[in-house]
Write a protein that binds this ligand. Structure first.
Ligand code: KIV
Ligand code: ZN
Length: 511
């Protein structure tokens, strides 16, 4: 956990559900957002930004659901500096044990002139009035000066002083377009500390984007210069190149706690699980060389390194895989394992699932045990990952048949089940996956655009489980789908059906 003794604790503000969800192609439903919020709570984040209440009904309902369930963690909703936004946020947050209204307005000349078409004076008046308005509704108000790192310094000091007087208890300094450098950004935080008269009445927060790959470095520079809150996302998800990655910031603070003289409240052993959950629900793969959570982060390839690690781990490992909750792939269960053993293992792995999800996952586990001799933790995680999303199975795969070869046109026939009725369709296609996807579309009576398709082996060996992630689009909405099977065509078919079920179940969710 948080590092040395009674050092100051940096508050971890997770915005995976708000800024992270703005990753191109990511669209999470309420059940998925709740799953993520539960994991964030378990991990011990201080603040969960659950969404932007006025953006859509889907966002509003998700914030409401998170606010109604999460305890012991602050739940925030973003609002522009407008009364209607603040009212909507407050409506969504009412049931939260610790609600926070997060109000923002842009403060840089570029944004004020071209986007807001407002003068400095108008922006100042609006920000102060809206923070005062929000503070009458909620005891915890955060103010963000969007594009702060490109804002005129004297104006930034003045607006922060004004909003703190109006009731803001957190002032956030975003590097909205990832333009800053660590030295410059650290200097900015120092100057804010030195020049905002009433800064001792508020916590300084940093919020950095990764356009030049410096989001984590800039955030840490902010912490070194007095920031007490850091806004970040799991796996560094977010608009464009993403936000500062939670796991990198937290593990930097843990690994170098005496350098930063700062700790945190995070249970780092929950990090790996959280990262897998996000990747599985968003369909955004973690690159193998990603710091902390990438599959190579603890792999030692060169002989010299392997020798060193075998002799003494600290030669080449500055943190242990166990510290982020990465256990060695244990051989755990087999064909003869019963439901009790399966449930016990799920609990040990940290899953708390409802009866129906356990039952579904257990049935899949039994099918898998017929095909694969040794079932590893990562197999279980892949199986459970699909069901945890809670997507209603509007269409289910009954059976399929494919024929393909290098000198023939691929053909497929598919039988789907919908509300007890069987629907049979066939199609040719450009290869077996294309033929199968076309047959599914005919069965469903709708066409989708396949935006992306990826496949990975969950474990090693020829009998490994294949995990397929697809992204489809319809009416401007992007939907992810996942399927797992020891047969990669079956995994592809399941992933496509999963994405279609998601599209149908989120229709009208409007994001
Ligand atoms: O990047 C940004 O400026 C933001 C603010 C709304 C906090 O996300
Ligand atoms: Zn942002």
């Amino acid at each position: 956990m948080g590092g040395i003794g009674d050092v100051r604790k940096i508050r971890i503000f997770d915005t995976t559900l708000r800024d992270g969800e703005q990753t191109p192609g990511v669209n999470l439903n309420i059940q998925e957002k709740l799953q993520i919020a539960r994991q964030l709570q378990k991990m011990g984040v201080d603040v969960i930004e659950a969404g932007f209440a006025i953006a859509s009904n889907g966002d509003f309902e998700a914030i409401r659901a998170v606010a109604g369930e999460i305890r012991g963690t602050t739940v925030a909703s973003l609002s522009r500096s407008l009364e209607k936004d603040i009212d909507r946020s407050w409506e969504a947050l009412r049931e939260a044990e610790r609600p926070r209204i997060h109000v923002f307005i842009a403060t840089s000349d570029i944004h004020m002139k071209y986007k807001l078409k407002m003068t400095e004076e108008e922006v100042y008046e609006r920000a102060v009035a809206m923070v005062r308005y929000a503070a009458r509704l909620c005891g915890d108000v955060e103010f963000s000066a969007e594009d702060a790192s490109r804002s005129r310094l004297e104006f930034l000091y003045r607006i922060f002083e004004g909003v703190i007087d109006a009731g803001a208890c957190v002032v956030n300094v975003p590097d909205t377009v990832g333009y800053s450098t660590p030295l410059e950004f650290g200097g900015l935080i120092k100057k804010i500390r030195e020049n905002v008269g009433n800064i001792d009445k508020a916590l300084i927060s940093v919020h950095c984007h990764d356009d030049l790959g410096m989001a984590v470095a800039n955030s840490l520079a902010g912490i070194e210069n007095g920031a007490g809150q850091v806004e970040c996302t799991l796996n560094g998800l977010g608009e464009r190149a993403g936000n500062a990655s939670l796991e990198e910031i937290v593990m930097s603070l843990s690994t170098r706690s005496s350098y930063y003289e700062a700790g945190h409240n995070i249970d780092t052993t929950q990090i790996y699980r959280a990262s897998r959950l996000i990747s599985s629900l968003t369909g955004v793969e973690v690159p193998p060389n990603k710091a902390v959570v990438g599959s190579n982060a603890f792999a030692h390839e060169s002989g010299i390194h392997q020798h060193g690690v075998l002799a003494e781990k600290s030669t080449y490992e500055i943190m242990t895989p166990e510290s982020i909750g990465l256990s060695k792939n244990k051989m755990i269960l087999g064909k003869l394992s019963g439901r009790h053993a399966f449930e016990e293992r799920l609990k040990e792995l940290g899953y708390e699932l409802d009866e129906e999800t356990i039952k579904k996952s257990f049935d899949k586990f039994k099918d898998l045990a017929d095909k694969k001799k040794e079932i590893l933790d990562s197999d279980i995680e892949a199986l459970v990952g699909v069901d945890m999303a809670g997507i209603p199975e509007i269409y289910e795969l009954e059976s399929f048949q494919i024929s393909s070869g290098n000198r023939m046109v691929a053909t497929s026939s598919i039988i789907l089940r919908k509300s007890g009725q069987l629907i049979t369709e066939a199609s040719t296609g450009d290869g077996p996956v294309d033929a199968a996807f076309k047959a599914i579309e005919r069965a469903v009576g709708m066409a989708f655009k396949l935006e992306s398709y990826s496949i990975r082996a969950v474990t090693e060996g020829k009998d490994a489980l294949g995990e397929v992630n697809v992204k489809i689009s319809t009416n401007g909405k992007h939907l992810a789908g996942k399927g797992v099977s020891t047969d990669v065509i079956e995994a592809s078919v399941k992933a496509y059906i999963n994405a279609i079920n998601r599209a149908l179940s989120t229709a009208g969710n409007g994001h």
